[in-house]
Design a protein around this ligand. Sequence first.
Ligand code: PMP
Length: 444
Amino acid sequence: MTALPQERRLVTAIPGPKSQELQARRNAAVAAGVASTMPVFAARAGGGILEDVDGNRLIDFGSGIAVTTVGASAEAVVRRASAQLADFTHTCFMVTPYEGYVAVAEHLAELTPGDHAKKSALFNSGAEAVENAVKIARVYTKRQAVVVFDHGYHGRTNLTMALTSKNMPYKNGFGPFAPEVYRVPVAYPYRWPTGPENCGPEAAAQAIDEITKQVGPENVAAIVIEPLLGEGGFIEPGKGFLPALREFATQHGIVFVADEIQSGFCRTGQWFACEDEGVVPDLITTAKGIAGGLPLAAVTGRAEMMDAAHAGGLGGTYGGNPVACAGALGAIETMKELDLPAKARRIGEIMHGRLTAMAEKFDLIGDVRGRGAMMALELVKDRETKEPAPERTAAVAKACHAAGLVVLTTGTYGNVLRFLPPLVIGEDLLSEGLDIIEEAFASA
Ligand code: PMP
């Protein structure tokens, strides 16, 4: 376990003087397009605590955007990655391979949904994994079109910008975007016109109708969807939506790609979020939680699809870096040993109870949703019109930050507070964090 004391401690205002000094240097040296949620510079992190350069200890409800699921200094990750660093940092898997890469692929075959034969290819970032899933689907099907969804987010590279739904800040001014990308409706229960009960089947019918009429299923290489949409606002597609699209893909020979980069690796209380409705994707993209904070991503899927690309068609200099692979082996070991899916469900129970009680007290909260340790509140100006309240969402987040709690906002309308604590957070810190959120609402 981490040596970092698991206690919130504020010794300066947030940000403190050392963070402010670093922020001034950062502003002079770092490109303005790279933004940060808080102008607080990290010194150490582990468990549920992030310590800044001024000695403040913040409770972490962000996990570096769903990455440090096992904590930011998990023992097995540190041990295995350090040992690997001492042995060798890099050979390039495309030059002389090494065991760690193979072992990660073996774990991915075992842990991802479905008992068919699976293979994997490893990359450095989520966006790169999604790009490669599309390459694989295209070469396998010999088709070009890719279907994505409203509120979807898949990355910041050129193809993944095209796949991403939201203009600001992800796409504005960065076009032209890759062609043959088609966007269809997603089942967003809270905002579905005929109500949440009908949302899944109705949205699926609408999406399938649009794919059929506007693209033609015989032209579609891949349907790419987040089983629980992250940057779109922690939208859980209405029940029935994912299975209907999975079925449609099967009928038409379309590769069904689950982007589990944010929702995967125990986050939602299962190893992968698509398990919730028993959906087995053809390809699954993972990153973030996979390697305890080291940069690693993967595409895992049906062996015959993964083998469709010619030798040399997939890869990259750093893809599946040995230190990152060692980190992944440490993270997976920790997830199994500590039964982190169960831990995520327990966090979800606690959070859901507290957040639902807050929704009864504060009209600003329009919806409480999410699963496991991927929970969110959608904030609205008026519960009848559901008009989004992005300014007040920012104000609540700011109040949390000032009190020493790292929280993130999200959503197409910028009106969702999302909570992604490390799964190893102590229950005392979890409930202290929830107290801070409640106080922030009371003062908003
Ligand atoms: N897909 C999803 C669902 C994501 O949440 C993200 C990152 N927020 C990405 C893709 C892109 O991952 P990366 O930032 O590692 O490129």
